[in-house]
Design a protein around this ligand. Structure first.
Ligand code: IDC
Length: 757
């Protein structure tokens, strides 16, 4: 059993692999087809110094910041953002909406409306692509956030009312305050804006700026905003201006529990132009990678300045995958985002099937190099008692754990997709967010038993044992042991009380079939509702042979009896013959004679009560047959015939007798409905053949009978008279007789013998 099951599984796996390799390419599967950063990670939140995803796992935001939405709105296009997502591995982008500079939000009501439209457009694209998006209130010239506080509150009220349910959106409420005080300017501003947002949106992450162009996060640490959850702080750096001292500050603040996001950084001077510095940028990126700090590079524009990622003249709304349209800064940033944002696509358990000691898991398919599936009886997956199965291609999504110790018990299964890459000669892996599910092994279902079977030459009736805890049974019949679909027939019940199964119309009389019985029960394994089966019980069943019809060969009836003779069938084990006044042959109303040998072919029914009337005779030949389960009788098709009992023939009478020596002359009365008469004479009452003499007429008008030269003189002779009539009893034409009338006559003594003249 075990071996064949394993072989079957191996075979299935090979077939599946073959299908995968022949049917379609396993390459070029975009994770985006099924899952997106937001569909995988859901609503983000702040946990200590870390941004975490919906599962509580550390999550690093990786993306680009737009330049000012007023300058370069065309960068916010679906095509460009899709390139960032799928080629750059960005999971987020930032919408920088200047407040004062060049067409900024506060500069006119026209500009304000234009900005709101561009933010909405950006959020819609983020939603469509499943990317996170920062709505950035980009103060800069307006160094003190208090300057436009009421506009900021109004703006964020609108945004939070609109996007409160949207997991994509992150609010950044003051880009870069400077020359002000954290405690008395920035913090109070932030608290007021936070209040406004929280009135609508209780959960969205809010990022606050700090003094000195968002570098003074250490001041925040002394005096953080309290009473609100999901608050983070921004740190901005430009790699050629802000170096190790600012990295040390970041590391220190993180160590002390401040949640920091680098919502803006450049690879160059703080001016945004000149001083491209790869080495410092790499040092920063390494720190951010190690600490999983979110990062947004300035900027997604084609302006001719060092910070721009895109070459001048390139159409910003249609950035293509690859490096060809990128500046040196863009190339460096892309090389980092491709590493940091690398993902496998979310993997989960899409199907599970259990037995009482094994489970087969099918994971969803993603852009992974393979899948790892752990199983453990403990949710903590302790290394000693956890088993791991790994696949090596993204199309190989099935793993199986056999021989689990806790039969019918509960297990935990953890699933992750993985993808390998090489960095600095080292092989590294990125994993999808682990998904843990509870799996309940199937209960054991007791095997069922075939209790009895009865066959005909083209049908089988089965009776199985009832299993009160089952949800139903499956019973198959097949001419061979394969039970292949198409070649086998199946009856499935949906209740445990249906225990009788009939297969009719089978085509091989006298031949063997196989019956498979399984009991099943519905079982929720944690992933789906599945049927659990007992071990199959397979039995061979042999259809009955055809038993030839029998024939009634002759019948003889009287007015109250019927004698039936049938043709002998030498291969039979006996016969059953019924008689009944009607065709029902109901028990009680019919009489049955059963023989137990094929040589008893004569059947007599006496004491019938309806002379001259019809009865029905049914004849069946039977044979004992062991069908594999039960020994049963097999019958021929019944043959039913009508039989007519004899009518009553009136007795006749001798009207005169005359004796002449040793001769007797008899006259009888005529019976006009008879077909003739029989008259015997005998020296004794025996009327034995040989000793009796008989005269038979064949018409009812011959009424005179002479017996001459009787052997004994002076002797009392017996005369028997019977009237007869031809009668078709349904099977045979026979004579029917009246009751015999016996009279006596005495021959003359020899001395009074008068010889004939
Ligand atoms: C710069 C742009 C530049 C634009 C200028 C407007 O790169 O094209 O003319 O703003 O004032 C920041 C700011 C960001 C700056 C950037 C570079 O947040 O708006 O963009 N920078 O100076 N802080 C530090 C550097």
């Amino acid at each position: 059993m075990r071996v064949s099951f394993k072989l079957k599984f191996l075979f299935l796996t090979l077939v599946m692999l073959a299908v995968c390799f022949c049917g379609f390419s396993t390459k070029n599967i975009s994770a985006s087809a099924d899952s997106t950063p937001v569909s995988e990670h859901g609503r983000l939140s702040v946990k200590g110094s870390q941004i975490v995803d919906k599962n509580g796992n550390a999550f690093q935001l990786v993306g680009m910041s737009t330049h000012g939405l007023a300058w370069y709105p065309e960068a916010v296009s679906e095509q460009t953002m899709k390139t960032l997502r799928d080629d750059w591995n960005c999971n987020a982008f930032r919408l920088a909406m200047y407040t004062e500079e060049y067409g900024g939000y506060t500069t006119s009501s026209e500009n304000k409306n234009a900005m709101i439209n561009r933010i909405d457009n950006g959020v819609n694209i983020a939603k469509k692509l499943g990317m996170y998006v920062i709505i950035d209130w980009h103060i800069l010239n307006d160094n003190n956030p208090q300057t436009h506080k009421s506009e900021a509150i109004d703006f964020f009220k609108k945004m939070s009312a609109k996007y409160k349910g949207c997991a994509n959106v992150i609010y950044e409420i003051c880009n870069e305050p400077h020359w002000v005080s954290w405690a008395s300017d920035i913090k109070p501003y932030c608290v007021d804006v936070i209040k406004a947002i929280r009135n609508n949106d209780p959960n969205g992450i809010i990022i606050c700026g700090s003094n000195t162009w968002s570098q003074d996060i250490h001041e925040v640490l002394q005096n953080p905003i309290t009473g609100y959850k999901n608050i983070a702080y921004s740190l901005h750096f430009y790699a050629n201006t802000h170096t190790q001292w600012l990295r040390d500050r970041l590391a220190d603040c993180l160590d002390r529990g401040l949640c920091v996001v680098v919502t803006e950084f450049g690879t160059c001077d703080a001016s945004g132009n000149g001083g491209f510095n790869k080495a410092e940028t790499d040092s920063w990126m390494t720190l951010l990678q190690n600490r999983k700090v979110g990062l947004f590079n300035w900027s997604l524009s084609n302006k001719s300045e060092t910070a721009s990622a895109i070459l001048p003249g390139v159409n910003l709304s249609a950035i293509k995958p690859g490096e060809s349209q990128l500046t040196q800064s863009g190339k460096l940033i892309r090389s980092w985002t491709r590493r940091l944002g690398r993902r496998t696509g979310q993997v989960t358990i899409s199907y599970a099937n259990t037995t009482n000691n094994a489970v087969r898991i099918v994971t969803s398919r993603s852009d992974a190099d393979g899948y790892k599936v752990w199983i453990s009886a403990s949710k903590s997956f302790p290394s000693g008692s956890t088993r791991l199965a790994k696949t090596y291609s993204n199309s190989q999504t099935t793993v199986r754990f056999d021989n689990l110790a806790n039969r019918g018990g509960t297990y935990y299964v953890k699933v992750q997709g993985y993808k390998g890459y090489t960095e600095n000669g080292k092989r590294l892996y990125v994993y999808s967010t682990p998904v843990v599910k509870t799996i309940k092994l199937a209960p054991a279902i007791a095997a069922n038993k075939l209790k009895s079977a009865s066959t005909t030459n083209n049908s089988v009736k089965l009776n199985i044992q009832k299993n009160n805890s089952a949800d139903g049974y499956k019973v198959w019949i097949c001419a061979d042991k394969s039970f292949k679909e198409g070649a086998s027939r199946l009856i499935r019940t949906s209740s445990n009380s249906a225990v009788n199964f009939s297969f009719a119309g089978l085509t091989r009389p006298g031949k063997s079939y196989y019956i498979k019985v399984q009991t099943y029960k519905w079982h929720n394994n944690g992933i789906r509702n599945q049927a659990v089966y007992s071990n199959p019980v397979i039995k061979k069943i042999t259809l009955s042979p055809k038993v030839a019809n029998n024939k009634i060969s002759s019948a003889y009836v009287t007015g109250n009896s019927a004698d039936i003779s049938i043709v002998r069938n030498t291969s039979a084990d006996g016969y059953k013959v019924w008689i009944c006044a009607d065709k029902s042959f109901k028990e009680g109303a019919s009489r049955l004679i059963r023989t137990s040998s094929n040589s008893a072919v004569n059947f007599s029914f006496a004491g019938l009560t309806r002379p001259g009337k019809s009865y029905y005779i049914k004849v069946q030949t039977y044979k004992w047959h062991n069908n594999g389960i039960t020994t049963q009788a097999v019958y021929s098709t019944p043959v039913v015939k009508t039989i007519n009992l004899a009518p009553v023939i009136a007795e006749n009478k001798v009207s005169s007798l005359s004796v002449n020596g040793n001769s007797v002359n008899i006259k009888i009365l005529r019976n006009s409905s008879a077909d003739g008469y029989k008259v015997w004479i005998c020296a004794d009452k025996s009327f034995k053949e040989g000793t009796a003499r008989l005269i038979r007429t064949s018409s009812n008008s011959e009424l005179s009978f002479s017996f001459e030269n009787l052997a004994y003189s002076d002797h009392t002779y017996y005369i028997k008279l019977q009237t007869y009539k031809w009668h078709n009893n349904g099977i045979t034409t026979q004579a029917v007789y009246s009751e015999p009338i016996i009279t006596t006559v005495k021959t003359d003594p020899s001395d009074v013998y008068e010889p004939a003249a």
